[in-house]
Design a protein around this ligand. Structure first.
Ligand SMILES: *Cc1c(COP(=O)(O)O)cnc(C)c1O
Length: 496
């Protein structure tokens, strides 16, 4: 299996190269040259396996240049009970009849990003070893809140790596900020920028693709890679939990082998839902992929009209990890839907960069409308949904997950589609205690860790030990810089 660039179909690299490099030199994203298949029999067999075995099976299809032993090393080190609070790694909770919450937040930082970022350092260091590179890998991360912490936890003190995280100063929750600014480890840096997530992401992309900066790193025995979902090593691990949940539902007798399911994903950068698309096209029976957005509803409009237009107001919402107007991973989807037409991708994404807007062709539109459904939800509706779910099912969900629940309810009411459905639950409610408590009518005029205690009382959910431990940790990183100063920060952190 080789990987191509979405902006140059001639590029042909192994998965190790794709993961080590992060992004193609032409600015495109790496995609597998074909999507490997999974049969119904294989899905049935996976039902009796544990998460590590399921993961090894899926990786085996995508990372064909890795040996079985290399995959086993990565999987066994990442997906265990040292990092996750359940040996199932993720949990499927029943919400109501035929609707399941896929809880992806049982990892060390309490957000779904752990599912990929606990394993990425192993995939990455294995990749550089395979490529005989002894260069120090420098990871730059732009984060809307959750990726940053998950990447820091994954990479802290990993030999021969260094990680720097940039987050929008006013764009993350109090708990997210505390998680990042108190980060431990000798190879980590955390920096706030004056700007929003898109500014941080653009800044990182610019640094990555600047040949002069690359040459400076090279001189110093270093190379960049990415822990954002532009890296294939982030996306591949996310396919696993969709394959795994389908196998689990069959094993549990919730569905019959071959029955289709819907998948609902609260979406920002389009990574998580794209992983669902890959799972579907491997052969997991999926009916609709339902894309849920908050008030930053650029994807809702796109999936309904085929016009992507980022020229609109940006809202800081109570689901900050989805406050995004440029969804990077859409590029991978459009590359596939356009029949791997790199020229048209260069044209559309060129327009996105210059005019902030592009319109896809009619045949791509037809495919988009057939595969996806989309909806959005305001902060008020998000809060009302948290309360409704809490009152009705005694289930406490976080703000991002609530967006997905609301969009799914709207979808079901509009279509009458009774297909059994998995809703991706992407964060623990404890990461957003204030918003969740205020949604269910509690007073929130208290300091963050009092709120955590209060949420424990009303939800009955155990406080994750990693969050409880933050209370007494000192802030190590309090720098706030202009978005144009990111390069300087990188150079001074690396001492070059
Ligand atoms: C990152 C994140 C999302 C969005 O996921 P994408 O892969 O960027 O679409 C949704 N919810 C939470 C809690 C997140 O951290």
């Amino acid at each position: 299996m080789f990987y191509k660039s979405t902006r140059n179909s001639e590029v042909k690299v192994t998965s190790a190269q794709a993961i080590a490099q992060g992004i193609s030199k032409d600015g495109g994203l790496f995609v597998p040259e074909s999507i490997p298949g999974i049969s119904l029999d294989e899905l049935r067999e996976l039902g009796s396996k544990n998460y590590r075995e399921r993961a090894a099976f899926v990786f085996g299809k995508f990372l064909t240049d890795f040996s079985e032993a290399e995959i086993a090393y990565c999987v066994d080190n990442a997906y265990n009970t040292k990092a996750f609070d359940t040996d199932n790694i993720c949990e499927l909770a029943h919400l109501f009849d035929g609707t399941y919450m896929l809880e992806l937040w049982h990892g060390p930082t309490c957000a779904f990003k752990d599912m990929a970022l606990q394993i990425l350092p192993y995939l990455l260091t294995t990749s550089t070893k395979k490529l005989n590179s002894d260069k120090k890998v420098v990871i730059l991360v732009a984060t809307s809140g959750d990726t940053g912490k998950a990447a820091l936890e994954g990479f802290k003190d990993v030999p021969n790596t260094s990680i720097m995280v940039f987050y929008p100063d006013d764009g993350v929750s109090a708990m997210q900020k505390k998680q990042m600014t108190t980060q431990e480890g000798n190879n980590v840096g955390v920096c706030a920028i004056k700007g929003n997530f898109d500014d941080a992401q653009n800044g990182v992309k610019k640094i990555f693709t600047d040949p002069e900066i690359a040459a400076d790193l090279e001189k110093n025995g270093m190379m960049f890679s990415s822990a954002n979902s532009i890296n294939w090593g982030r996306l591949a691990p996310q396919i696993i939990y969709y394959v795994s949940s389908y196998a689990q539902l069959v094993a549990d007798g919730e569905i019959d082998l071959g029955d289709p399911i819907n998948i609902v994903v609260p979406t920002g950068n389009f990574g998580n839902i794209l992983a669902g698309y890959y799972a579907k096209h491997m052969g997991v029976p999926v009916n609709k992929l339902i894309c849920a957005s908050n008030s930053n509803n650029v994807l809702t409009d796109f999936l309904k009209t085929g016009v992507y237009d980022r020229n609109r107001d940006f809202y800081a919402t109570i689901s900050p990890s989805m406050d995004i107007l440029i969804s990077s991973n859409l590029e991978r989807l459009l590359y596939m839907l356009s029949g791997e037409n790199d020229a048209v991708i260069r044209e559309w994404f060129g327009k996105l960069a210059s005019e902030g807007k592009y319109e896809v062709s009619d045949d791509v539109k037809a495919k988009l409308f057939e595969e996806f459904s989309a909806g959005c939800c305001s902060d008020d509706e998000t809060k009302a949904t948290i309360k409704r779910i809490y009152d009705k099912y005694s289930y406490t969900c976080d703000t991002h997950t609530a967006v997905a629940v609301k969009v799914y309810e709207d979808y079901k009411a509009a279509t009458g589609d009774e297909t059994k459905t998995i809703i991706a639950s992407t964060a623990s409610p404890y990461k957003f205690s204030g918003s969740v408590l205020s949604a269910i009518g509690q007073d929130t005029d208290a300091e963050e860790f009092e709120l955590v205690g209060k949420l424990a009382e009303v939800s009955g959910l155990k406080v994750p030990s990693s969050l409880a431990a933050l209370k007494d940790k000192a802030v190590r990183f309090d720098k706030v810089i202009a978005k144009d100063d990111m390069k300087d920060y990188v150079y001074s952190s690396l001492g070059i």
